[in-house]
Design a binder for this molecule. Sequence first.
Ligand code: EPS
Length: 390
Amino acid sequence: MRYLTAGESHGPQLTVIIEGVPAGLTITAEEINGELKRRQGGHGRGRRMQIETDTVEILSGVRHGKTLGSPITLVVVNDDFKHWTKIMGSEPISNEEEEEVKRKLTRPRPGHADLNGAIKYGHKDLRNVLERSSARETAARVAVGAVAKKILKELGVEVAGHVIEIGGVKATIEHHVTIKEIKEKAEISPVRCVDSQVEQEMKDCIDEAKKQGDSVGGVVEIIAEGMPIGVGSYVHYDRKLDAKLAAAIMGINAFKGVEIGIGFEAASLPGSQVHDEIIWDAENGYRRSTNNAGGFEGGMTTGMPIVVKGVMKPIPTLYKPLKSVDIMTKEVYEASVERSDSCAVPAACVVAESVVAWELANELIEQFGKDQMKQIQENLEEFRAYSKQF
Ligand code: EPS
């Protein structure tokens, strides 16, 4: 499968075309909308989310609630566009209109794509960069993720995420968090945290940042349960599934690091305390007594839960802006202030779930058949039985 998203933050809509979704998958706009709503929430979101009620329109590839096997087109309309029709219009404008209409930006925000993107494409108006580099695009990726999650669900795999740190406030978690626990606790938490003890502290940290005109980042953890053994590859470096997941997480706006399993902690432990012992019983087949590897060995799944962490930096649009240089005058100025969130970590957690779900669904389809959901289900069932007895 593959997909392409298009759309500017204040343009008319976000569009995505997904190609290669097998036929016979049950999917409705309502299911996708549920995921879009989850992305819009979380303590620390800014005013844009009060303007938008993200809903999807399915324009192709689905008939009467089932996929056809043809490309699926999804559209999420930007309600805010009505305030930006002139500024973001596609028709040419006169020189006189330009000053009035364009809301030209010339002071790049440190930490954003503004300066590098402007130099790359030769834009003297930074809005030409900002509009596409905005995290608004992640709404399209969550819509795609909703389709991927549905594929996974029909194949017995579930993905869920939770927030483990915001602005230095860490959740105390001394066990492997399960999807059941995430659904029961994180799903109702305004910061998507399973540890209700630190919830208030995380909220206070976000509120304080907002009061100061500042922003905070954090860490999310994504869990996937139900993956069969041996998905991915040890044969080629670019087919290792853990590497694909790392790239997918790093591809989310503002993400700066990834860990799989115990991740960086493995550097300081002896091998005997890192590697997971292999056990077998007739009911469950091969399992591990621990899961430090986070569900991966040799670029392939071990059948244990997949555990991936992602680090998000604080959003760089600051109401208390940092120093910058005006690209027209070269004078020192404070950076432009565009509307912003003081913290988007809980929302980014939903985006991270989505991109992980996509990679896993894609890999299962690669390995177990491409055209029909029913065939893929049968092939997978057979493989699960085979690997249990192996
Ligand atoms: C976002 C949409 C954006 C921002 C935010 C996330 O809309 P606007 O720029 O109109 O406020 O609210 O994105 C950023 C702060 C950013 O730096 O990318 C969204 O839909 O999630």
